[in-house]
Design a protein around this ligand. Sequence first.
Ligand code: F0G
Length: 467
Amino acid sequence: MPTGPAKLPPPYRIKVVEPIPFLSAEERRLALTEAGYNPFNLRADQVTIDLLSDSGTGATSAAQEAAAALGDESYAGARSWFRFRDEVRDLTGYPHILPVHQGRAGERILFGSLLKPGQICISNTHFDTTHANVELAGAEPRDLPCPEAADLDSDEPFKGNIDLDALERVLTGPEGHRVGLVLVTITNNGLGAQPVSMANLEAVRELCRRHAVPFFLDAARFAENAWLVREREPAYSDWTPRQIATRAFQLADGCVVSLKKDGLTAIGGLIGLRDDDLYAVCEANLIATEGFSTYGGLAGHDLERLAQGLQEVVDPAYLRSRAASTARLTQMINDAGVDTVQPPGIHALYLNAGRLLPHLAPHEFPGHSLGCQLYLDGGIRCAELGSLYLGGMDDEHQLVTPAPFELVRLAIPRRVYTDTHFEYVASVLADIAKAPERVRGYRIVSSPRLLRHFKVRLEPLAPGVVA
Ligand code: F0G
């Protein structure tokens, strides 16, 4: 049997399948026009390969579905709750576990209970809902990514790290007393799916201890971070992914987790806590807004799938195969002449649209343009992470502050697509890369003020017209 990681097949075979649609080029053009050129507005049955998100989009296993059949739907104290709670306690070591229906519900409850108006929440990078929930609590989200993250091409192993010097400067400076929380996102979804090292987490813990500031993890991709630690941080090369994940949770005072990623389920989330008083406040908030503390908005069958999924996700064979699959797709895309954020992460790869489409200025949204072209040419759906999403706009929707990079995220659902699907994706991109100048820019037609990228509507610029 071959032993090279790239040569082994995934450690599962496919038992249940779902057909995917193939639309004609004209049907795709019409669909995108009707969607206001925003892929979030497409119907899923208009999409051939859906790389919009890795959240809740994975396949469940036979063992998860078998467990789901045993789901106990009792209102309080269900058997399924105890199975889930024990599994999460064992994984994280936190004594207090609160279930929530998804990550952002956990953010709302945690920040609403922990942060006071006027405080600062510091992160390596806040995810968009995390950012919004910090603001809804009246606090200020502040991102301090490490300087290495700014070089998209370098092979630095831990570009997801928080900038420790900058964190210390804030904690010891005049704003130090305003810092209410340090929240480290593993892996750093907002910055190229890059992992955070254990050394970085240890240093954050020390700084937070010294300044008596709570340190939490946003651990949506805790297992994938653990795998990359094992691969890239020599001190952990003979630890299991589960041991590494447990150690990461141990370093923090608590966590908020979207389980729609590494829980290997369509729905779910949790808050993990050590502090008894904070737990009591969060629990009251949970009962009032999500559900009783033994189900938190989830059904018993969801809790069963999650308890099983949390065991499967730390299987080294699964993580090795998933990491190798993303790395292979990245290699195919790089070979086709399209640069991506390096080194490859696991849950997504990030195309450097700014570099591929130098004829488009940031206010013509090169990332969005590339995303639309992937749909028009191949029925592939993905998400822009550039000036449309992150840029500063004035009241007329004109771009005032461009994003630092014009990226497109291809998110990889778990256990869903095969290498053949990925060869197709790479071939569509390769064709775009042969004549990138034909990709047109876009301008905004209408836009909401908050969380713009979800509901914005655009139109393409006529060839040769500058916005
Ligand atoms: N934190 C991170 C790092 C995330 O990536 C997400 C969701 C959340 C929190 C919120 O969790 O969706 O369960 O409410 N990320 C998805 C994505 C939506 O596509 O990256 P949620």
